[in-house]
Design a protein around this ligand. Structure first.
Ligand code: COA
Length: 173
């Protein structure tokens, strides 16, 4: 499906069931997500509904989804930090279904998330990326993220530890 037919919008609690299906599939399509295939099989729909609603209600968080028809094919999240002294910081995460990689859906999601972050007065967006995840690193650098450090042995997949690069985008510049 062409990128133009992909609709991007904020997730609502009604998307919880489809979100779980999406996460169960996308987790098996790369080694770069926190959960592998079917990693959300045991997660109750109600818990995901609450998570989506909490993100919607927070003034420093948002979950965006990209849809091809009724199907979620990508997801991006800005997870605002709790506490008044950290409120202007948020963590970013993203995934796209493998069939849709390299069609600029990640770019579209990040562009909208950064726009929304600015409107929410977020000053720092932070993320961690596994050091060999070339596509994600290319995307993050293109979107203006800078490397700020390395966490040794952050990731464990396929019986091996990998380092993570910590990146930051400052929105007050
Ligand atoms: C990383 C990911 C979100 C990118 O999404 P996407 O929709 O394919 O992203 P885009 O098409 O907008 O951009 C991808 C960029 O990476 C580049 N790229 C792709 N593969 C690459 C590679 N092997 N080496 C270098 N650059 C690469 C593309 O050329 C493109 O850059 P460009 O826009 O300057 O041409 C997607 O691949 C994904 O979901 N991967 C699995 C989960 C994951 O890794 N999530 C991030 C965890 S930190």
């Amino acid at each position: 499906m062409e990128n133009a037919n992909i609709v991007i919008r904020e997730a609502t609690a009604d998307d919880a069931e489809e979100m779980i299906s999406y996460l169960n599939i996308v987790g098996g399509e790369s080694d770069n997500l926190m959960h592998g295939a079917n990693g959300f099989k045991m997660v109750p729909v109600e818990a995901v509904k609450r998570r989506i609603q909490a993100s919607h209600d927070a003034d420093n968080s948002v979950i965006l989804i990209a849809l091809a028809g009724e199907k979620i094919i990508a997801r991006a999240e800005l997870d605002g930090c709790p506490g008044s002294r950290l409120h202007h910081n948020a963590k970013f995460s993203i995934s796209v279904r493998k069939d849709y990689w390299n069609k600029k859906i990640g770019t579209r999601l990040m562009t909208e998330i950064i726009e929304r972050a600015r409107k929410m007065n977020i000053m720092n967006i932070e993320l961690e990326v596994i050091a060999d995840n070339k596509a994600a690193i290319a995307l993050y650098h293109k979107m203006g993220f800078s490397d700020v450090g390395v966490i040794k042995n952050y990731w464990f997949a396929n019986n091996a530890y990998s380092d993570a690069i910590v990146m930051q985008k400052c929105l007050d510049e």
